[in-house]
Write a protein that binds this ligand. Structure first.
Ligand code: THU
Length: 128
């Protein structure tokens, strides 16, 4: 259920480690069995090693043995709600262009299918 997914994304956003940007992001991914896997952004003094919340959440899902991902909620403190960055969109595409993406800020939300956020995506089919 997406209300729970959004709640989990907002919750894990509190754990973001973002001392450089101070931009806290939380992500929650729902797999096709209803399980939820979360991640937050983790920054580094080297800057470039920073990991986004969405990629952390994908890693958590895959590590839990879940690869059929149906829905993602990403939470931040800005309006309009921040959407997944390009690198995260590319990583998410690996697990399906039909993924529903919900971006939430403090007072509004927006929804897309991943195929809308990354049209003409490079996927495993592109390799054949
Ligand atoms: N960030 C995410 O966690 N997800 C995104 O999709 C966009 C950016 C993080 C990375 C960095 O820690 C901070 O937000 C500012 O860019």
């Amino acid at each position: 259920m997406s209300a729970q997914l959004v709640r989990r994304a907002r919750e894990v956003m509190q754990n973001a480690y973002a001392p450089y940007s101070e931009f806290h992001v939380g992500a929650a991914i729902e797999a096709d069995d209803g399980s939820i896997h979360v991640g937050c952004n983790v920054e580094n003094a080297s800057y470039g090693l920073t990991i986004c919340a969405e990629r952390m959440a994908v890693g958590a899902a895959v590590a839990a043995g879940k690869r059929r991902l149906v829905r993602l909620a990403v939470a931040s403190a800005v309006e309009p709600p921040a959407t997944p960055c390009g690198a995260c969109r590319q990583l998410l595409v690996e697990f399906g262009l039909d993924l529903e993406v919900i971006a939430v800020g403090p007072s509004s939300e927006r929804r897309w299918r991943l195929r809308e956020l990354l049209p003409e995506a490079f996927t495993r089919e592109s390799l054949t």
